[in-house]
Design a protein. Structure first.
Length: 397
């Protein structure tokens, strides 16, 4: 008999199930069109205690990428409070773009004030909040934490599909009639509790190389596919929790999804190859994505310096004035209302408006949105930094 230490990384197994649309039909298509019959569902291997080995070259690449992430976090995480919120926006935009959900940085900022009519912008706001929640729950990383992240991602839609493991069979490819022709059929719902318990134990294992552990955990999570919706975005939010848990990114959200989105075909192929027992492809693509994310984050920080320089040149208000004191707020919250300016400056509404008006006159703020509730102003130059990040990712893709 062999022990786990004697074995290569296991490929998934399969089991035959019978699809019964009368009891399992998804709500996205008519039961009349559903086709009953047998199908093969994945049976994921247990990995909680299995040794994790990759070849030396990939292990070295992952170690180098981890060092770069730690260096970036140390350089910007404590030094510049404007960088972290920009990177949260960048990660949520990049992760959502993998699912073909996108919106401009301005639309997203307006959605934070409920002033946007773009549903995609609302999804990105929820995504940013889910990332922040995932990092806040990094110390526990239990079932409740994972479910809470998915619930936050779906805050504005489909209450019956959020905040719990799926209770239906799902599949990818092959049409809507049933799983028989699907390209990928995740485990049957009866296997979810044990599979997720095993994954959580793996995610919490000490003394594994961080980026290797994160890449493998992510691939295993995507194989299990525990929710009815937003599995990909939930999984990539959990990547941020694991980076923090491993002390790789204590203060920053590293936009690794931007690196993954540069080669989505390679990313999805690596997930497929993981299911055949190959660890190296998913570890390599995560390491490469991490290095790319570091480069993109540094470029974003350079763009922020340029925005600050432009503001300094344009601002005609005296030092210590309300207008000058609003500039640091705009770096972390590039959209504001009169109320938020009043709160930050601790002044009356008329004085807050005078500060806003000065920045409008200097070309730093622009009134935006439909003003359904309150007037809203945006520092469009700073929002352009996030859009430029997204555009660079699209060009590289």
């Amino acid at each position: 008999m062999t022990s786990p230490s004697d074995e290569a990384w296991p490929a998934v197994a399969f089991e035959e199930r019978t699809w019964d649309p009368a009891t399992e039909v998804r709500d996205s298509f008519s039961p009349i069109r559903a086709e009953s019959g047998p199908y093969r569902a994945i049976v994921p291997a247990a990995i909680a205690e299995r040794p994790v080995r990759v070849d030396d070259a990939i292990a070295a690449l992952a170690a180098d990428a981890t060092a770069e992430l730690i260096r970036l976090d140390a350089e910007f995480g404590y030094r510049d409070e404007a960088v972290p919120p920009l990177l949260v926006r960048a990660e949520s935009a990049a992760s959502s773009s993998i699912e073909r959900v996108s919106a401009s940085a301005l639309s997203v900022a307006l959605a934070e004030f409920e002033e946007s009519v773009d549903p995609a912008a609302g999804q990105l706001v929820s995504h940013s909040r889910a990332i922040e929640l995932a990092r806040a729950r990094a110390a526990s990383l239990d079932e409740d934490a994972i479910v809470s992240v998915q619930r936050t991602l779906m805050a504005s839609s489909r209450p019956e599909r959020r905040g719990r493991w799926r209770d239906q069979q799902v599949w990818i490819g092959g049409g809507a009639r049933g799983p028989a022709r699907a390209a990928f059929v995740p485990p049957h719902v009866s296997r979810l509790p044990a599979a997720m318990d095993d994954l959580i134990r793996f995610m919490r294992r000490p003394q594994l190389q961080p980026l290797v552990q994160i890449a493998v955990a992510h691939a295993q999570y995507e194989t299990i596919h525990p929710f009815l919706e937003v599995n990909g975005r939930t999984g990539r939010s959990l990547v941020q929790a694991m980076l923090r848990r491993a002390d790789v990114a204590r203060t920053l959200v590293i936009p690794i999804s931007a690196g993954l989105s540069e080669d989505t075909a390679g990313y999805f192929d690596a997930l497929t190859r993981y299911r055949s027992g190959r660890l190296e492809p998913i570890v390599e693509i995560f390491a490469t994505a991490a290095i790319s994310a570091v480069e993109s984050s540094r470029q974003m920080a350079d763009d922020l310096v340029q925005v600050r320089s432009t503001w300094s040149q344009r601002c005609t208000a005296r030092q210590g004035s309300g207008a000058r004191r609003l500039l640091p707020l705009l770096e972390t919250r590039p959209v504001l209302t009169s109320a938020s300016a009043m709160e930050h400056l601790r002044v009356s509404a008329p004085n807050a408006q005078l500060a806003i008006d000065r920045l409008v006159a200097d070309g730093i703020l622009t009134q935006v949105g439909g003003a359904r509730r309150n007037r809203v102003w945006a520092a469009t130059g700073l929002l352009a930094v996030v859009d430029a990040f997204s555009e660079r990712t699209r060009r590289q893709r």
